[in-house]
Design a protein around this ligand. Structure first.
Ligand SMILES: Cc1cc2nc3c(=O)[nH]c(=O)nc-3n(C[C@H](O)[C@H](O)[C@H](O)COP(=O)(O)OP(=O)(O)OC[C@H]3O[C@@H](n4cnc5c(N)ncnc54)[C@H](O)[C@@H]3O)c2cc1C
Length: 388
């Protein structure tokens, strides 16, 4: 058994951390207040290859990162700004990867180069006002008319929605067929009939561009169907498996930084004549936190490693997401407590991490949905049918 990173992974991790320190840290607070990332940041990310992280170098100029290395990128970004990590994660894991794996050559030629260059940011539009954990009951429809599809419906919680150049949209091509009637489409932002609604007012992840989108007789070339008609549910599940590894990595990066903030504060804040870090209660809190981070990191890297080996990783991705999402909530809560009143004012960064972390138990399948996936594996082969 070998837990070490390769020398190339170590080199890239150093590069990711330098980028995060130099480019992301300085904009994080302002972006949180202004509810937007500076566009220059994503251009800089593209120049480093981060907007094409998950596709190979040939033929579209991607960075071709293996999955473990991609998790190192998200960990590094989330340590400074979870909104930045979410933006780059959604673009790569949910949008670019889906189009690259399931698009026709013509679709990929049309969309992937701009995505890799960071000129066309990707978004993923599965959730609807009436269909969250259960996408099989989504109501957006897609009807084939000649050499086009016509889409109608509304999507909510679309991360990158306000800055996207292309949306991966899930719609029913056969509404009576439930999951088997869902299909996935690449919908360019300029497609007629697509409009973007206002930004969702969120508790955290303020700089992530989370919007509703509306499709009113939205026409796209029939070629922009991803996979075949009826493949949509399979594509969504496969994409979310991958996405869960990415969100878990962001949770690890965020929480690791939060422990550092806790140690710093506890070393500086003096009460009863000594730094509060000298108190065993505070040490215990922080020891628990760093242990939880390490455990989550192990789950994340194991799921990523399995993905790199081409082995099934659905269960491991859900375990990582279940544990890391909760862990980020626990750790930020405990470290906020270590800050005392200073944790509850907006002057210290811990409040941003606390607000951002809370989303990680919800996005890309709630904790309860991860439990169902994991239980499905546990009871496989028994007479118990695990159903949501
Ligand atoms: C910050 C953020 C970003 C997001 N980005 C995107 C995005 O880019 N694209 C996208 O498509 N979606 C996105 N989402 C939506 C996200 O995937 C959904 O919020 C999530 O899947 C839950 O759906 P819901 O909010 O409708 O909750 P519901 O499905 O209504 O669930 C409400 C509660 O019921 C529980 N529950 C539901 N079913 C069961 C069950 N069978 N057993 C036990 N408990 C159950 C849930 O766990 C939850 O606690 C985002 C969400 C957030 C918060």
């Amino acid at each position: 058994m070998d837990f070490s990173l390769t020398s190339e992974q170590e080199m890239l991790q150093k590069m990711f951390r330098e980028f995060a320190t130099k480019e992301v840290a300085k904009v994080a607070e302002k972006a949180d207040k202004e509810e937007a990332l500076p566009p220059r940041l994503l251009k800089r990310a593209a120049s480093q290859g981060f907007m094409g992280a998950v596709v190979p170098e040939e033929p579209y100029g991607g960075a071709g990162l293996d999955v473990v290395t991609f998790t190192l990128l998200l960990e590094a970004l989330a340590a400074e700004c979870a909104s930045t990590a979410l933006t780059i994660h959604v673009h790569n894991s949910l949008a670019l990867r889906s189009i690259y794996r399931h698009g026709t050559d013509a679709t990929k030629d049309a969309l992937v180069p701009g995505m890799v260059a960071g000129e066309r940011i990707g978004a993923f539009a599965l959730t609807e006002p009436g269909a969250g954990s259960d996408p099989t009951h989504l109501r957006t429809t897609a009807v084939r008319q000649g050499d086009e599809y016509v889409l109608n419906g509304a999507k909510t919680w679309v991360s990158n929605g306000g800055i996207a150049g292309v949306f991966v949209v899930f719609a029913a091509t056969d509404p009576a067929a439930g999951a088997r009637g869902l299909s996935a489409f690449a919908v360019p932002a300029e497609a007629p009939g697509l409009t973007v609604g206002g930004r969702e007012k969120t508790l955290g992840l303020n700089a992530a561009s989370i919007h509703r989108i509306y499709l009113n007789d939205c026409r796209i070339p029939a070629d922009y169907l991803l996979g075949a008609e009826g493949d949509g549910y399979k594509i969504a599940l496969e994409t979310l498996d991958f996405g869960r590894v990415g969100i878990s990595a962001a949770a690890v990066g965020l929480a690791r930084r939060v422990v550092e903030l806790g140690v710093k504060f506890a070393s500086e804040r003096v009460q009863f004549g000594a730094p509060i870090g000298a108190k065993q209660a505070i040490q215990g809190y922080l020891a628990d936190c760093v242990t939880e981070v390490a455990a989550a990191e192990g789950l994340v890297h194991r799921a990523a490693w399995l993905a790199d080996q081409g082995q099934p990783f659905t269960q491991e991705a859900s375990m990582a997401k279940l544990f890391a999402g909760r862990m980020a909530g626990n750790v930020t809560n405990k470290v906020l407590q270590v800050h005392g009143g200073c944790g509850y004012v907006m002057d210290y960064p811990i409040q941003r991490y606390y607000r951002d972390a809370r989303a990680l138990e919800i996005v890309e399948g709630t904790t309860q949905i991860q439990q169902i996936v994991i239980a499905g594996g546990l009871f496989a082969g028994t007479n118990v049918k695990v159903r949501p």
